[in-house]
Design a protein around this ligand. Structure first.
Ligand code: SAM
Ligand code: SF4
Length: 334
């Protein structure tokens, strides 16, 4: 069998697909959905699990090796275990990694069910270790529940567990080293993310961004770091281990101050079936309409290949006249 491969017009191979399962969310993170959910698209516009399975099977045949389920809050989707069960079957066809990004709220009760369905690992968002700051940043007073979710994910061996923290000036930059201590204690991979202009309130400002360099410096003051000697490839994070050999890992994702677009291998599929070739794309491509038009498998492949050729060379956050996409992170699927 000839193995197929998706390549964009800048010769980047596309290996990584992020699938948003819903636009809805039970949190109100101020950097994402500060003013609540925008009007929810009608259910019939959303991809069904059968459609998700069908298009993911095609993507894997085209060389996608990693699928990450995200949202909105993907665990609000009642059929998530069914979706995972179907996608896990693609492991025999070339899928290496099936992951989920979640706010962790539902993990205490459902982590084991996700593992049993075939999920490999989870990334859990955790923006503060302090109850009041967590509440201020996420809009909900559930820090204990998310911490219990991390424990449940560990017990279910949804590993390696990554923890995402968006660091925003005036909110949680003073906790960066505490998060590093958390990574050591819990033996998890901490991922610090620069605040990006993808909030629904369009209130992002450059002054609120805590740079990757500042994050690295703050950690190093308490815990000296050593860069990991791994090929970075298309990874979004620069990765470090602790110099004293403690468990845990640090990763810094700095799309604003240290863009990594040249090595990008990602595309996204929104919950309503639109392909987005960049987080910051201002255009979308309706795979849903093509699939529902009764197109043959070959026609769908041709469509996907033509869309990939339109992938942007880079994001334009740092250019004068940058226009943030109208859809926010909760729609796009982070
Ligand atoms: N609801 C799930 C969660 O929060 O983990 C999955 C979806 S969420 C959009 C995925 C990731 O995007 C989260 O880790 C979140 O912190 C991050 N995110 C959301 N808005 C962001 C922004 N404006 N800048 C940087 N990261 C952001
Ligand atoms: Fe919801 Fe995740 Fe956005 Fe927070 S970051 S509002 S948990 S989708």
């Amino acid at each position: 069998m000839i193995s197929m491969m998706l390549r964009d017009s800048y010769n980047r191979q596309i290996r990584d697909l992020r699938v948003s399962l819903t636009d809805r969310c039970n949190f109100r993170c101020f950097y994402c959905l500060p003013h609540g959910e925008p009007p929810i698209a009608p259910k019939e516009q959303m991809l069904s699990y059968e459609e998700i399975e069908y298009v993911c099977e095609i993507f894997v045949a085209l060389g996608i090796e990693k699928i990450r389920l995200t949202g909105g809050e993907p665990m609000l989707r009642r059929d998530i275990e069914t979706i995972i069960r179907k996608l896990a079957r693609l492991k025999v066809s070339g899928l290496h990694d099936l992951a989920l990004t979640t706010n962790g709220y539902y993990l205490p009760e459902r982590a084991q069910g996700l593992k049993d369905a075939g999920l490999d690992r989870v990334t859990i968002s955790l923006d503060s270790l302090k109850r009041d700051v967590f509440k201020r940043m996420t809009g909900v007073d559930v820090l204990d529940k998310v911490l219990a979710g991390i424990t449940a994910a560990k017990e279910a061996r949804l590993e390696p567990i990554k923890i995402n923290a968006v660091i925003v000036r005036g909110h949680n930059e003073d906790e960066v080293a505490d998060f590093a201590a958390f990574a050591r204690e819990y033996n998890v991979k901490m991922r610090f993310i620069e605040f990006m202009p993808l909030d629904s309130g369009h209130e992002w400002s450059r002054e609120d961004v805590v740079s990757g360099k500042e994050i690295r410096d703050r950690i190093s003051e308490r815990f000296p770091l050593v860069p990991l000697e791994v090929e970075r490839g298309s990874e979004t994070s620069s990765r470090y281990r602790f110099a004293d050999g403690a468990p845990g890992e640090i990763g810094i994702i700095a799309p604003v101050t240290e863009p990594f677009c040249g090595a990008c291998s990602r595309i996204r599929l929104t919950a309503d079936g639109q392909i987005r070739t960049c987080l910051f794309s201002t255009v979308e491509h309706s795979l849903r309409d093509v699939v529902r038009s009764g197109a043959s498998r070959d026609e769908i492949i041709e469509y996907i290949e033509s869309v990939i050729l339109k992938k942007e060379p880079r994001h334009f956050i740092n250019d004068p006249g940058f226009v943030a996409p109208s859809r926010t992170m909760s729609f796009i699927g982070g």
